[in-house]
Design a protein around this ligand. Structure first.
Ligand code: LAG
Ligand code: CA
Length: 597
């Protein structure tokens, strides 16, 4: 079934059982959350709260992620890690033991977070670093454990590691050599012998401990450096059916490909991130009409997709040309596309501000991470970027959830350049303007007639829209005016049940006429006659040659119109493009204009 996601064959039995229970629900593409559902829509987007503390994540689940319909949070590696001078972010990718004491907090705080997030419908995915331990060397970890080369007391000794015998120092050099990539050391990190039963049991024990605390899924770090069969053997020792996605950075010409990992679960699709970067920074959005499998990417139901991740946003993990929070509104637009486009399982990145690729999260001088929440309020958009709270990104989560049951594209349009639009059947419609001119246009959609909230610029809460509304007319069309570097998105989850407020718009037009000829205004909405001259609104000549009239029009709405001169059935249209206005949210509007011959 296209667009339908089976996290792995091992889950089929569970999935079938669930389907029997929920067979009355629409069969959407993704329903990852195993936690109690809080909304009627499936939850189809997850967020990486990179380097956030457990106490902060618990609050963010309750205050924002749960109510907004997020499926899950990917958390930073929770195990004991190396302490590196200057406290770089990457010290957490150097495990010392599997005690849950890390820069993000204690085991008790971790367990509390998992329970509180689950209670509001949000799963926790753990970044599982299982390919390796620390860099080969000695030190003391974040829980106080000591280690020395290939010796982690009580856990692993020399014989539990690969010693590949290549390149003099056992480091990976040749990515064209499968043996070397999987058995040598990735940047000098002590490489676990994942072929051994002992190591497999020990890694599974770590994952099972996390599962016992309620963890619902795992990102398998550095999966390309572990044979796919070794991962399968580890997972076969794991309890229950956690959701699995594997970090495999595919590269042209390399023998190890993302495809060979799909039997274990889902796989990160780095090509998606790099192509989004190429297209949004240097290309044309018009190219995106077939984005996905047709571009050589994984099947949709196997792919984890992202605009950027914690590695490539700072030149690690394959690097490449990527759009990040530093690109401002362009980052919004790239995420709007990702969340509207029916391909893959999207991961939203949530970053902290950084100026070099080493810098760790906001911290004190001893490397203690600062809290995001201060006095119960999140300290976002400063040192913590909180991209997941940027309005267009946050609101598109509900769009993706509300459109999940129509996981296909309808009504594609582009101007051949950097303006695109597409729909998701009668569930949603999006327009993206990545050009420096305003996009004025009437679009054919497949949406039911009615009034919708433009969730890119406004919030839809308790049935009301805080800003611009969009009217789908009886022909399922919308007429819109989209500023440069902006977007429009409407969906069935943000449809107004009542008609919007109206505002009084006064049309004054200076137009000379002959005796018996009168001036009217006609436009694209019912109040202005739907372009039918016979139903145009008559203006009064009390202050000739200025013709005037006041009409109540929907507030916050973009309208197209023209003036006409009419003498019986004889109609003269003014020339040129349609006039375009956007009505204010309240009050009134006066237009003083001149007939265009
Ligand atoms: C990944 N892919 O397979 C990530 O894409 C990659 O970013 C991770 O490395 C890697 N897994 C290991 O989990 C990150 C940093 C590295 C860092 C490493 C270990 O990107 O820069 O290496 O975590 O902390 C650092 C130093 C190296 C040093 C190594 C060992 O940068 O110079 O050799 O530690 O001491
Ligand atoms: Ca390995």
């Amino acid at each position: 079934m296209p667009g339908t996601r089976f996290p792995s064959l091992r889950r089929l039995v569970l999935v079938v059982a669930l389907l029997m229970v929920v067979s009355s629900l629409p069969f959407g593409p993704v329903h990852h959350s195993t936690a109690r559902a809080q909304t009627s829509s499936p939850r189809t987007v997850f967020v990486h709260l990179f380097e956030w503390k457990w106490t902060d994540i618990a609050q963010e689940c309750e205050n924002f992620l749960g109510p907004r319909g997020f499926a899950a949070v990917q958390v930073s590696p929770p195990q004991e890690h190396a302490i590196v001078a200057g406290y770089p972010w990457w010290q957490r990718y150097q495990p010392v033991s599997y005690q849950l004491t890390s820069r993000s907090g204690t085991r008790a705080e971790f367990a509390n977070m998992v329970a509180r997030c689950k209670a509001v419908g949000v799963d926790i995915y753990v970044d599982a670093v299982i390919n390796h331990m620390t860099g080969v060397g000695s030190g003391v970890g974040s829980a106080g454990s000591t280690y020395s080369p290939y010796n982690y007391p009580g856990i692993y000794q020399y014989q539990d590691f690969h010693h590949c015998g290549r390149n003099g120092n056992d480091d990976i050099q040749n990515y064209g050599d499968r043996y070397e990539v999987q058995n040598c050391e990735l940047v000098n990190l002590a490489d676990l012998d994942t072929g051994s039963s002992y190591v497999r049991d020990r890694l599974a024990a770590y994952l099972n401990d996390l599962i016992s605390l309620g963890v619902a899924g795992f990102r398998i770090d550095a999966a390309k450096h572990i044979a796919a069969g070794d991962i399968a053997a580890i997972l076969s020792r794991v309890n229950g059916s956690p959701y699995i996605y594997q970090e495999v950075i595919g590269a042209a010409g390399e023998p190890i490909t993302p495809w060979e990992y799909t039997n274990n679960g889902d796989v990160t699709e780095f090509k998606y991130s790099n192509e989004i970067g190429r297209v949004f920074l240097n290309g044309k959005l018009a190219w995106l009409s077939q984005f996905g499998e047709a571009w050589g990417m994984l099947p949709s139901d196997k792919a984890i997709v992202f605009v950027d991740n914690h590695d490539n946003q700072r030149g690690h993990g394959g690097g490449g040309t990527v759009v990040t929070y530093k690109n401002g509104v362009l980052y919004d637009l790239a995420n709007v596309f990702m969340l509207a486009w029916p391909y893959g399982y999207p991961q939203v990145m949530s970053s902290y501000e950084f100026s070099n690729d080493f810098q760790g999260p906001p911290s004190d001088a001893n490397g203690n991470t600062r809290s995001v929440y201060v006095n119960g309020q999140p300290n976002c958009f400063g040192e913590w970027k909180c991209e997941h709270r940027w309005r267009p990104i946050a609101n598109m989560v509900a769009f993706r959830n509300a459109t999940a049951s129509t996981f296909s594209v309808s009504d594609w349009w582009s101007n051949g350049n950097n303006q695109i639009a597409f729909g998701r059947g009668d569930k949603g419609f999006v327009v993206i303007n990545r050009e420096d001119t305003t996009l004025n246009r009437t679009f054919q959609t497949s949406m039911a007639p009615g009034v919708y909230c433009n969730v890119i610029v406004a919030d839809f809460t308790n049935g009301t829209c805080s800003g611009q509304t969009v009217t789908v007319d009886s022909n399922r069309r919308i007429t819109v005016s989209i500023p440069p570097f902006s977007a429009l998105a409407i969906h069935v989850g943000a449809k107004l049940s009542t008609q919007p407020a109206t505002v009084a718009v006064t049309f004054n037009v200076n137009a000379t006429t002959y005796w018996g000829q009168n001036v009217f205004v006609v436009g694209n909405i019912p109040q202005l006659g739907n372009w039918n001259p016979a139903q145009a609104v008559p203006l009064s000549a009390a202050t000739y040659p200025v013709w005037s009239g006041t009409v109540n029009l929907p507030a916050n709405t973009t309208i197209e119109y023209k003036y006409i001169k009419r003498d019986g059935s004889n109609v003269v249209w003014e020339c040129c493009n349609n006039r375009v206005i956007t009505t204010p949210g309240s009050g009134s509007m006066t237009l003083n204009e001149t007939w265009r011959p």
